[in-house]
Design a binder for this molecule. Structure first.
Ligand code: TPP
Ligand code: MG
Length: 610
């Protein structure tokens, strides 16, 4: 059989149903292979980056392998942002690129280019893939495909790329004669898991203020049910990072709000007062710790559970784990659950009550926001949208101020999916990514895209993909007509000198006219008067629809820390200093008596990033 046909059949055998494609001569044979099978299909997007984003979301929503197929040269380089997304969010995706005919391949790297659209994509993506290879020997195709899929899906998952010269795709191969790949045996971690579990339960019996913090690794390990059961069995406050907002959902009994430099419900008081911290599948990122990592959960004994050796290596850790456990999230949760049930755990009623009060008192959606006139207040919009969306809906969020509001204020329901590309966070992610969600949505499952005006501009061409494939996506543009988060950053760090963030340097087009030009339905929401009814109308629309929500020049995203050089419980001046002191069970860090003023970090540390 032709090698190109073998490749496409290989992915069909692994349950891949949709491959995202932008055509080019260097993948002619691979695309032609789809004419010979009905087990797998391709979808044409308008830009390779959009295909990569869609494939990422296919995996995030369905757990199935995402596959993107593009041509050589610019086709491959257009994938780079999407590959980086998968690298940082640990998403197992396969990127297939065509390469020029071997006859026209440069014989030495000193030659810049020989073939038309020749490009060393393998070297370009090496630092952001788990495995990247150009296949030159047809006899190796089965090995390389099997290895690539294994690399993508094992250990800490991530993207892989396979580059295939045009002539290789045409070769005849005998599948029965091809050599396969034998996976290596994985090295165990330094700390035996069973010991770590006993030590954690010992520490829990002595603790007064324990918390459980989870990240995206829980969903990746298919451990949602186990970890929710674990939280209930331990009976301690449960906190999600942005990649786990749909695991510890807002309606989960032990959910105690959100953490990090932007905080959210609870205003970081639970994590900052903790005396025992267990994290599962959660990289301790700067977005969580703020710029002074030693102030993060500083009174807590820390148990970190992860599959990535680098995250567990004390020499590499910004926040040191006291016990670093290498274990799959599902296996760990099951084992700890079983032991906790046997040993029993003490009750933390007073602590649970205190953290519940913090969560409810410090809600980002303030009552006075409802009185806003002339625009839609972003937090009121988010509150209403989350009220109307059901437990079956899929929400794809973007980047910038709008994703801050989404991740702070959207109240998740169990069963619902709320995702973004949080590690790399490229503008335009959600609109293209939502195409992937539409493709894998079950019948009756609604897909909603939330995006800013700047982000929508970056993938607006995908309106045509909605039309071509009749994808009933509901898109809400949180349109403040500026790059809101970057203006807020310029407020804090550049004395309000707004450059290149709008209206100077950036202005959005008329999205309603533009959308109508593609033949897609539109709606507009000007202010609070008919907010609920119009959101309902958009959600009930049977086909694709874009709703332009007027948030003209609104750029306040709070709570947040002001300046990078601040412990994350210190949200002065958003919160009066006495109030955060009153909520701290532990002493402030020495040297933190002086207020950190907005607009200035005290020691020349890097300023807060938008
Ligand atoms: C591809 C890309 N370019 C630049 C940035 C830097 N950036 C982050 S948010 C942002 C502005 C986003 O504006 P908009 O989409 O309107 O969202 P808003 O903050 O106004 O809600 C920019 C320029 C980015 N994240 N991604
Ligand atoms: Mg904007």
């Amino acid at each position: 059989m032709k090698l190109a046909d073998y490749v496409i059949e290989f992915f069909a055998d692994r349950g891949v149903r949709d491959v995202f494609v932008v055509y080019g001569a260097a993948i002619g044979d691979l695309v032609d292979a789809f004419t010979k099978t009905d087990r797998i299909r391709y979808l044409c997007v308008m830009h390779e980056q959009a295909g990569a984003f869609a494939a990422e979301v296919v995996t995030k929503i369905s757990g199935r392998l995402g596959v993107t197929l593009v041509t050589s040269g610019p086709g491959g380089t257009n994938l780079v942002t999407g590959i980086a997304n998968c690298w940082y969010d640990s998403i197992p995706n396969v990127f297939l690129t065509g390469q020029v005919h071997s006859q026209f391949m440069r014989s030495d790297p000193s030659i810049r280019q020989l073939g038309f659209q020749e490009n060393d994509i393998v070297s370009i993506v090496k630092p952001i893939t788990k495995y990247a290879v150009m296949v030159t020997d047809p006899a190796r195709i089965r090995y390389e495909l099997e290895r690539a899929v294994w690399e993508a899906t094992h250990g800490r998952p991530g993207p892989v790329l396979i580059d295939m010269p045009l002539d290789l795709q045409k070769v005849d191969v005998d599948p029965a004669a091809l050599d396969g790949f034998t996976p290596p045996i994985e090295a165990p971690g330094a700390v035996p898991v069973a010991d770590a579990i006993e030590r954690y339960l010992d520490a829990l019996s002595r603790a007064e203020r324990p918390v459980l913090l989870i990240g995206g690794g829980v969903r990746l390990a298919d451990a949602v049910e186990e970890v929710r059961a674990l939280g209930e069995t331990l009976g301690i406050p449960c906190l999600p990072t942005w990649n786990a907002l749909d695991v510890f959902t807002s309606d989960y009994a032990l959910y105690r709000g959100r953490v990090g430099t932007y905080g959210g419900p609870g205003r970081n008081f639970a994590i900052q007062n903790a005396d025992l911290l267990l994290t599962i599948g959660c990289r301790i990122s700067g977005r969580i710790t703020g710029g002074v990592p030693e102030t993060f959960a500083r009174a807590a004994t820390k148990f970190f559970v992860d599959v990535d050796d680098a995250n567990l290596d004390p020499k590499l850790q910004q926040v040191r784990g006291d016990v670093n456990v290498k274990c799959d999230a599902k296996a760990f949760a099951q084992a700890l659950l079983a032991r906790a049930r046997v040993r029993g755990v003490k009750r933390f009623d007073a602590w649970l009550e205190r953290t519940r009060e913090w969560r409810d008192r410090y809600d980002p959606v303030r009552p006075e926001f409802r009185d806003t006139t002339g625009i839609v207040h972003p937090y009121v919009f988010m509150d209403e949208l989350s009220r109307q969306l059901t437990a079956r809906d899929v929400i794809v969020a973007d980047c910038g101020g709008n994703v801050v509001v989404t991740n702070q204020a959207f109240r998740t329901k169990y069963g619902q999916r709320l995702i973004s590309s949080n590690g790399n966070s490229p503008m335009g992610f959600s609109f293209a990514g939502a195409i992937g969600a539409c493709v894998v949505a079950e019948p009756g499952q609604r897909v909603v895209c939330i995006i800013g005006d700047g982000g929508f501009n970056m993938n607006v061409q995908e309106l045509q993909t909605l039309v071509t494939y009749e994808l009933p996506l509901k898109t809400f543009i949180m349109n403040n007509h500026v790059y809101g988060i970057t203006k807020a950053y310029q407020d804090t760090n550049f004395g309000g000198r707004y450059e290149a963030a709008g209206p100077k340097g950036y202005r959005p087009p008329d999205f309603v006219k533009l959308t109508e030009g593609y033949g897609v339905a539109t709606e507009t929401i000007a202010d609070h008067r008919d907010l609920a009814a119009k959101i309902a109308r958009v959600l009930a629309h049977p086909g694709p629809i874009v709703c332009d929500v007027n948030m003209h020049e609104h750029i306040r995203y709070e709570p947040r820390i002001f300046g990078w050089n601040t412990p994350i419980e210190d949200m002065y001046p958003y919160l009066p200093r006495e109030e955060f002191r009153a909520n701290m069970a532990i002493e402030p860090m020495p040297g933190w008596e002086k207020p950190a003023m907005p607009g200035g970090a005290r020691t020349g540390a890097p300023p807060a990033q938008p």
